[in-house]
Ligand binder design. Structure first.
Ligand code: NDP
Length: 451
């Protein structure tokens, strides 16, 4: 590798790229990493982190209401959007700096500007050419808005973190993670929310009971959730925008947000020039060690079009660092990857849905389910209900799916995902003593089969 300027040049300073650069540099490799926007990528700047902060902010409205029956009064809560937006931005700026420092401390060269491949071993960044033994493409994705008349009027998750003003009402289009999360966030901030999804039930791919339960909870909280609804066009209207639906009806809202998936950011990167194969949808095919068809070029994260999740990208990045500069070829196990939708209430899941389990375990599955009001709400009288569900393979007694809708679902399921990864059986769950009084203890006290 000595004849090159670098052992590895990483294109993209998001979660995956930064992790790979840090671990590679820490292993002694000569590493450069390039980023054209903000350090930390989608997750830090327009994704996970600011979204979670907004989620905390929006939860307060309900907590203020719940507090009344616990004896707290004389609060007249008023929400000031610019305070939240600007405090969030200050925190993100702090994190951007931390990312750069972590890279520098690890010994990586930090380059700001747009990089592109000019060959299998060469990257150009703002006119400067760097030769490198290996290149990692970790450029992530970008919100996709379908081609409908008036699409230019819609904001996406890129813009919603920086709005000048909070609208009085919003139409959110989409039925995935981002749409469900922002429906809850805007609703909690006092915005009138209508969420439109084209299919019969949103959050396709999650367990059906969980999807139905969350839809009912969101409606109870006051979100106007409409399924089997397609948007035909968007136009400006006096007070905001008019959204015309495929069935001829129309809706007026102060803002329209599209959350209809993301597409890989792989065009204009010079991939063709380096001979790297790119699929028609922009994703990059790789082998089990994240190597493209060009042996010196690797790709990880959202450009693969697999699981678009930060911890998956960082895990892939560590595999690349280990493969190139560590203890040898490493791949990633994509089974039992937990995930959460930070909707309100929160949804978290690991393992198989009931319908997936029925297909994979022909010899039968057992379902355990609990629906209950959390202790906290016995006094607050908030009518939010928790749903917990276990999917068990009858022949082996292995728990193959754990699903939950309710407060702290993500925190609770992180631990249960270790149990699933370790191959825990229902008997292991039953033998585990609960922590009382918690909601989580319900997972180890479910005795009655629901199906
Ligand atoms: P998702 O893939 O989760 O959802 C996209 C939604 O848009 C689906 O409901 C889909 O419908 C719908 N859709 C797609 N195309 C159209 C169209 N042409 N017209 C109308 N509706 C359409 O994408 P998101 O944008 O919500 O998020 C992107 C990814 O980011 C997620 O998949 C997730 O991996 C990641 N993410 C993770 C988070 C977390 O971990 N908490 C939070 C936010 C994002 P259908 O189901 O019918 O195809």
């Amino acid at each position: 590798m000595g004849s090159f300027d670098y052992d590895l040049v990483v294109i993209g300073g998001g979660s995956g790229g930064v992790r790979t650069a840090r671990f590679s540099a820490a292993a002694g490799a000569r590493v450069a990493i390039a980023e054209e926007r903000d350090w930390g990528g989608t997750c830090v700047n327009v994704g996970c982190i600011p979204k979670k902060l907004f989620g905390y902010a929006s939860h307060y409205s309900e907590e203020f209401r719940d507090a009344a029956r616990y004896g707290w009064s004389s609060m007249a809560p008023r929400f000031d959007w610019p305070t939240l937006r600007d405090n969030k931005s200050a925190e993100i700026t702090r994190l951007n700096g931390i990312y750069v420092n972590m890279l520098k401390d690890a010994g990586a060269d930090v380059l700001e500007g747009r990089a592109r491949l000019t060959g299998p071993h060469e990257v150009e960044i703002d006119g400067q050419r760097l030769s490198t033994a290996n290149i990692l493409v970790a450029t992530g994705g970008w919100p996709y808005v379908p081609d409908i008349p008036g699409r230019e009027h819609a904001i996406t998750s890129n813009e919603c973190f920086f709005l000048d003003d909070l609208p009085k009402s919003i139409v959110i289009v989409g039925g995935g993670y981002i749409a469900a999360e922002f429906a809850g966030i805007f609703h909690g901030m006092g915005v009138e929310v209508t969420q439109l999804y084209r299919g019969e039930l949103f959050l396709r791919g999650f367990d059906d009971d969980i999807r139905r339960h969350l839809a009912a909870e969101m409606r109870t909280k006051g979100i106007d959730l409409r399924f089997s609804t397609d948007v035909a066009s968007i136009a400006r209207a006096n007070s905001g925008y008019s959204v015309r639906l495929a069935d001829g009806a129309s809706l007026e809202a102060g803002l329209v947000m599209y959350a209809t998936g993301r597409r890989p950011l792989t065009s204009g990167l010079g991939l063709e020039k380096a001979g790297v194969t790119v699929n028609d949808d922009g994703t990059i095919p790789v082998d089990e060690h994240f190597r493209t068809n060009v042996p010196s070029v690797f790709a990880i994260g959202d450009v693969l079009g697999r699981l678009e999740l930060t911890p998956v990208a960082t895990t892939e990045g560590m595999a690349v660092a280990a493969t190139l500069f560590g203890d040898g070829p490493r791949s990633v196990d994509y089974t039992n990857v937990p995930s959460a939708v930070f909707s309100q209430p929160e949804l978290a899941t690991v393992g198989l849905t009931e319908s997936e389990a029925r297909q994979r375990h022909a010899d039968g599955i057992d379902i355990y389910m609990a629906r209950f009001r959390p202790l906290r709400h016995t006094i607050s009288l908030n009518d939010e209900m928790i749903l917990m569900k276990l999917v068990v393979a009858s022949a082996t007694d292995r728990v193959v799916g754990v699903h939950m809708v309710g407060p702290d679902a993500a925190e609770i399921l992180q631990g249960f995902s270790v149990a699933l990864k370790a191959g825990a059986t229902k008997a292991d769950f039953d033998a585990t003593v609960g922590i009382h009084p918690t909601s989580a203890e319900e997972f180890v006290t479910m005795r009655q089969k629901a199906a």
